[in-house]
Every structure is written in C-alpha cells, then in structure tokens.
Ligand binder design. Structure first.
Ligand code: AMP
Ligand code: ZN
Length: 493
C-alpha cells in the first residue's frame, strides 16, 4: 500500500531525454539496479556522490511506501584497465602489485566501501551481488546471445556483434550515438584484435596464462566481460524488464549502452524503463578520479587531513553539501562549499532543537500544509534535493518567526511541521544528528574535552591504565585522540 498515493514522481529518463511520470511495472513495487564499485581501491568522494544520489532516491521511494528491491552489485572481476577489452584486470593488477590474492583485494576494498557508506548513513541495498558469484548466469546469458546470432566466438573469446545487432536494433539509443559516427571515430588497432569490428565488445575473454582470475566455460578458461556482469545480475534479481537502472554519467557509454544491447539480443526486449544518470563530482575543474590522482578520500574529510580542505567535517555535513546540488548537475568540490554547507547544516539542526521547544497557539499564521506539499513537489520533480533543502530553510524561517512571536502556529500544524521536518531531514535526505544538532555537536566537543582533561590528570598521576582506557574506548566508538605538541586534539570517523 502506498502511503502517499497522490504523490506522482517525474523522473528524467536518459533514454528519452525527457522527464516522465514514474509508472511501476508492478503497482506499488519498484525494481532498481545501480552499478556498484569495482573494488580494487578505496572509494573516493566522487564514487560516494553517485551512490548517495541513489540512496536518496531509494529512501524517498521507500518513504512513499513503494516496496523497492534495490540491487547494487560489487564488481570483483572482469573490469579491465581503461574500461577496455584488453589489458590487465584491475583487481588482479592490484593483487600483483601488493603480492596478495585477488580476493584479498576484493575483501579489503569491499569492507572499505561498506565502512564509508555506513559513515555517510547509507541504507544497505536489498541485494548486493558479486560478479564472481554469478559466472554461471553470465555463461548462460552468453549462450543465449550466441544462439540468437548476435555474438561470435574467436580463439576462445566471445564478442558481441554490434554491426549485426544494429541491423535490427538501435545501438547508441541511450548515449545518442550513431554507429556510423562510432565507426568513423574509432582508430583501427593494426589488426591486433580478434574482433570483426572495433565497435564489438567482449562477452567472454580467454585468459592468457598469466591471468589468474579465470573460470571454465564452453569457449575457454577465461573471464566475463564487464558489461555482461550487470546484465546477468540485474536480470537474475529484477527480471528481464525492470523499472530503474542507475549509475554515474560516465557509465552511459559504453557500459549501459552495451547492457541494453545484451538484454535485447538475449531476451528480445529492452531491459529498463527509466535510465537515470548521476552527474560527476569535480575538483579543480576536472572529474574526480582515482586514475588521475585528482581525488579526495571520504576518510580525509572526516579527519581534515587533506591539503584541499581547511578542517575536518562531519559526514552529515559532507552529505548535506552533496545534496545541495541536484543529482544531474555537476558539483564542484571546494572547501568554501563545505564551510558554507556546515553553516547551513548547523542552522538547520539549531532550528530543529528550537522546534522541539516551540509553544502552539490557537491559530496558525503559517501555511504548514501547503509548505509540506512543496517539499513533496521538490522530490517528485526528479528528486530535486536542492529545492527540498530550500523548502526546509523556509521552515527554518517560520520556526524563528514563531519563536520570536512574529508568527503563530496551532498545535496540529506544529505536529505536522515536526513530523515533516523529521521525515525529510532524516528519513529522506539521510542526515544524522547523532552528534549532530549544532548544539549537539558543541556538546559532544565539550564532553570530549572533559575526557581529554581527565586523561591528562590520569597521566599526571601516572595512572596510565586509566589514560589508555579513555583513549581506547573513545577510539572504539570512532573518536580518535591525537597527542601533539600543542596538546591533545580529536577527530571523528
Ligand atoms: P567505478 O568503481 O569506477 O566503476 O565507479 C563507481 C561509480 O562511481 C560509478 O557509478 C561511476 O560513474 C561513479 N563515479 C566515478 N567517478 C565519479 C565522480 N567523479 N563523480 C561522481 N561519480 C563518479
Ligand atoms: Zn553496471
């Protein structure tokens, strides 16, 4: 049962290039697939932004009462360097450099990914499948594509025949490319490739002897293509035709274009109704990316230890910063932006604590019902979080006016205002005030200072057991004490 059946959502569909009204395939249910990380290194803040966009979408759909099955995969094989069909597997390369097993790389960075997302208060997806856990499904899918005549086998590798596919289907419809232009723009690879055409892409690759991540298949001991993994996992858990597929803008081509082609070739129907693409986080005018070194790690935001920022920030402040931009807009990462967001976040949290103490009157001079609908309207309009946040600040204005006696609010409206603020700030935007109201964070800092002083006293009294206990128990709950020449400071992680 939808809690809010009257709310109708418009989604910008990258496929049609238009906003469309969300009509789920099964009433009240939504299937959503989002391409997850390739776990070969620490997630950077850019990755976090894309996943956060879909976390908020997941949260809002759930809030409206949809039964959402949200599938976000872990890519733990098959993603080669430069997103290409040749080159080393990203995970195997890291394993070689670090002299550890590929699955140790996968474990290390999957744990990092989960820790970071937890710190940002993400909801876990409903299913988090791994590519290596679905090799059988991928092989079956390739067999379908080969049987339908859209793939060919050369030297133990299987390639998708883009030219053949384009005779009956439209390769390029998502990224708005034409095959002729792609042909024109592709440089020949000196005949090095087994492919019939450079536009074809690998579904299965025969493993070279040194390639250690390999599985048996009807064609060779090898490994699946990166694009194929997502088609296999989305089909398995959401069916051949599902509602929403998301990912970062940079995945639209070739990754998502290839996913559409694979599904259409294997199953004869287009897989997804709404394709959603989140825009990039940039820094110094360039896309934040691991490969170029132009990135910042989330942990560095929490400790302040990065030359691009002047201080540490709470995860909720960084979250607030990112949600102040619409998911389809480019967002420029700056320290000034974070500082401004911290002020805004604190103002919002202050207003919440004032709200708790407000007294109701007999009548309202503020229109809370209409304001509440504006909050929904913002999210209904392609999940417009910055407009929603602007509405929350409208409420902050009301709260101050009521406190100062310049406006009045009935007890019914006061309850509605409290409930709506809580829904949008905590349930939908996923902000946290655990240490969080501005007053709260001051109090937390004050409390930690008291503990730092007690620890200094313990040390002065040579009670090292107690001083270590204070440090270690704080560390256990994520508060790190650091002793420096100017005394002890703390950071939260
Ligand atoms: P990867 O692990 O490289 O496949 O990336 C995981 C997700 O992060 C993908 O959806 C990418 O589109 C997304 N992503 C990578 N870089 C950025 C960035 N600078 N800003 C936003 N999203 C990004
Ligand atoms: Zn994918």
């Amino acid at each position: 049962m939808l809690l809010y059946p009257s709310q109708s959502i418009k989604i910008y569909n990258s496929l049609s290039g238009q906003k469309e009204t969300l009509k789920p395939i099964n009433a009240g249910h939504i299937g959503m697939y989002v391409c997850g990380p390739t776990v070969y290194s620490n997630v950077h803040l850019g990755n976090v932004r894309t996943f956060m966009s879909f976390d908020v979408i997941f949260r809002y759909l759930k809030h409206l009462g949809y039964k959402v099955r949200y599938v976000r995969n872990i890519t733990d094989a098959g993603h080669l360097e430069n997103d290409a069909d040749t080159g080393e597997d990203r995970i195997a390369k890291k394993a070689r450099i670090e002299e550890i097993e590929p699955m140790e790389v996968v474990q290390r960075y999957t744990v990092d990914f989960h820790n970071i997302l937890n710190a940002f208060n993400f909801l876990p997806p409903s299913i988090e499948p791994t590519a290596t856990g679905h090799i059988i499904e991928q092989i079956e899918l390739i067999k379908n594509i080969v049987d339908n005549g859209f793939a060919y086998v050369v030297n133990g590798s299987v390639y998708f025949d883009v030219h053949k596919f384009n005779e009956t289907n439209d390769y390029g419809k998502l990224s708005k490319r034409k095959l002729e232009d792609l042909i024109h723009n592709t440089r020949e690879l000196d005949g090095q490739s087994d492919k019939k055409n450079p536009q074809d892409f690998a579904l299965w690759k025969r493993a070279e002897p040194q390639h250690i991540m390999r599985w048996p298949s009807p064609w060779s001991d090898g490994f699946p293509g990166w694009h194929l993994e997502c088609t296999a996992m989305s089909t398995k858990y959401l069916g051949e035709h599902f509602d929403i597929h998301g990912g970062g803008m940079d995945l639209k081509f070739p990754h998502h274009e290839c996913e559409i082609a694979q599904s259409e070739a294997a199953k004869g129907q287009t897989p997804v109704n709404y394709w959603m693409h989140a825009n990039m986080l940039i820094m110094n005018g360039k896309k934040m990316a691991k490969s170029t070194g132009n990135y910042i790690l989330p942990g560095e935001i929490f400790t302040g230890e990065n030359p691009h920022i002047s201080k540490s920030y709470l995860p909720s402040v960084a979250r607030f910063f990112m949600l102040q931009a619409h998911y389809r807009s480019i967002l420029d990462f700056t320290d000034d932006g974070l500082l401004a967001s911290e002020k805004g976040f604190n103002r919002l949290m202050d207003a919440l604590s004032i709200l708790n103490d407000l007294k109701a009157s007999n009548t309202s001079s503020v229109a809370i019902g209409a304001w509440k609908q504006k909050c929904y309207d913002a999210m209904n309009d392609d999940f417009n979080s910055p407009i929603l946040i602007a509405q929350l600040f409208e409420a902050v204005k009301y709260i101050h006016q009521i406190k100062e006696g310049k406006a009045s609010i009935s007890s019914e409206d006061l309850n509605l205002l409290k409930e709506t603020m809580n829904i949008f700030i905590f349930d939908v935007l996923g902000l946290e005030n655990s240490s969080g109201t501005a007053a709260g964070s001051d109090k937390l800092a004050g409390a930690i200072d008291v503990l730092i002083k007690l620890r200094q006293e313990a040390r002065a009294n040579k009670d090292f057991a107690l001083s270590d206990k204070i440090r270690d128990e704080l560390a256990e709950i994520g508060i790190q004490l650091k002793d420096g020449k100017d005394g002890t400071t703390f950071s939260l992680n």
